[in-house]
Design a protein around this ligand. Structure first.
Ligand code: PLP
Length: 391
């Protein structure tokens, strides 16, 4: 589905057909199933001779509106919406892979995705080979005759490293791999991976797409032939997004652009503040000139996103002291909320990784991840400043 208008306009004006009540804002269709005119209508609908809603595990007007918007905003042909981001990740891999297939993935990926690759997919004899973010040159040596998928996140979670999507797209094309990107940190507002050769784009809509910490959701969008496989798998296995959450998320997309603009503006100011602080050893933010992939971030992203990673001098104890003295920032597992959040990945989201694996993915013991929210940036910085005084 190509974009007809500018981003903000498609995010607002992509809407299901109005009902007889001529409502202005999209209504909520909380129904598990739909009715048919007669036996022939029902047969033809099941045979997919007609585009009809049958059952909300398959499609629902609210989930379809959310998917249509996501497709337009990502420049994708087709999509399917899931109950969570992880349901999107799992269903995408389960639908497209056969026993004995192989994945090549960046080492820096979300913790649960890593657990899926290392603990669950091997049950079906599906193995994964990893490359480090800085070792894209190494990818071709990892590709085997049974490799089917190349998988990355950019920016990565939580170390906010950037991968060269165009280069990865070329490698995937050369070796006939399905190139899949988890675009959760960037959102379709900041980065459209399909432009760089991605076949599929996955989102945890729980993050900036909802943006207000209310609901879980996910989506996979991209090539219609691949989405068809994912749809058939999902309509039979049941990871569908609820119509209520789809309604919330579709409304959230209406304000994604303005929200993300402010998130990024605040995050850059927070990163600049941290960079000058004497107690901070290192700051990682894609749009800081000191970021190792600054030029690449500028090339493929509109702005730097809302996640800032930094290391407090003094390692794990100093990091804990810092977190314990925050007054306003929440200690919470989510990100992309209006409320700023601080986390300590080594002891939480990435605690299942071995120390060596953690260090390889840029997660030192003292690394703190800030999801910069929409409170006034002066108040966010004031809270960081007073907590750093205790380190
Ligand atoms: C990059 C990334 N992908 C996927 C997920 C999983 O999303 P969800 O929590 O909606 O299942 C998360 C966060 O939880 C994430 O940060």
């Amino acid at each position: 589905m190509s974009r007809e208008n500018k981003f903000e306009t498609d995010a607002i004006r992509t809407q299901m057909e109005r009902s007889e009540f001529l409502e202005h804002s999209t209504p909520l269709h909380l129904t598990s199933s739909f009715v048919f005119e007669d036996a022939e209508d029902m047969r033809a609908s099941f045979a997919e001779e007609k585009e009809r809603n049958i059952y909300s595990r398959f499609t629902n007007p609210n989930t379809s509106e959310f998917v249509d918007k996501m497709c337009k905003l990502e420049g994708a042909e087709s999509g399917y919406a899931f109950a969570t981001g992880m349901a999107a990740v799992f269903s995408t891999f389960a639908a497209l892979l056969n026993a004995g297939d192989h994945i090549v993935s960046a080492r820096s990926i979300f913790g649960s995705t890593h657990t899926l690759f290392t603990k669950f997919l091997p049950k079906w004899n599906i193995e994964t080979s990893y490359f480090k973010v800085g070792e894209v040159d190494n990818i071709e040596s990892l590709i085997q005759s049974n490799t089917k998928i190349l998988y990355v996140e950019s920016p990565t979670n939580p170390a906010v490293d950037i991968l060269d999507l165009e280069e990865l797209g070329q490698i995937a094309k050369k070796h006939n791999l399905i190139f899949i990107i988890d675009n959760c940190f960037a959102t379709p507002y900041l980065q459209n991976p399909i432009k760089f050769g991605a076949d599929l784009v996955i989102h945890s809509a729980t993050k900036l797409i909802d943006g207000q910490g209310r609901v879980l959701g996910g989506a996979t969008v991209g090539r219609a032939d691949l989405i068809r496989e994912i749809y058939l798998f999902s309509r039979n296995t049941g990871p569908a997004l609820s119509p209520f959450n789809a309604w919330i998320l579709s409304k959230s997309l209406e304000t994604l652009g303005v929200r993300v603009d402010r998130h990024c503006e605040n995050a850059l100011k927070v990163a600049e503040f941290l960079e000058t602080h004497s107690k901070v050893a290192l700051v990682k933010y894609p749009f800081l000139k000191s970021h190792p992939q600054y030029a690449l971030a500028k090339k493929q992203m509109k702005q730097g996103g809302n996640v800032v990673a930094f290391e407090v001098k003094g390692g794990i104890d100093a990091g804990r002291q810092f977190l314990n003295h925050l007054k306003m920032l929440s200690l919470s597992a989510n990100l992309g909320d209006t409320r700023s959040i601080a986390t300590h990945p080594a002891s939480t989201t990435h605690s299942k990784l071995s120390e060596a694996d953690r260090l390889e993915t840029g997660i030192s013991d003292g690394l703190v991840r800030i999801s910069v929210g929409l409170e006034h940036v002066d108040d966010i910085i004031a809270d960081l400043k007073q907590a750093l005084a205790y380190v």
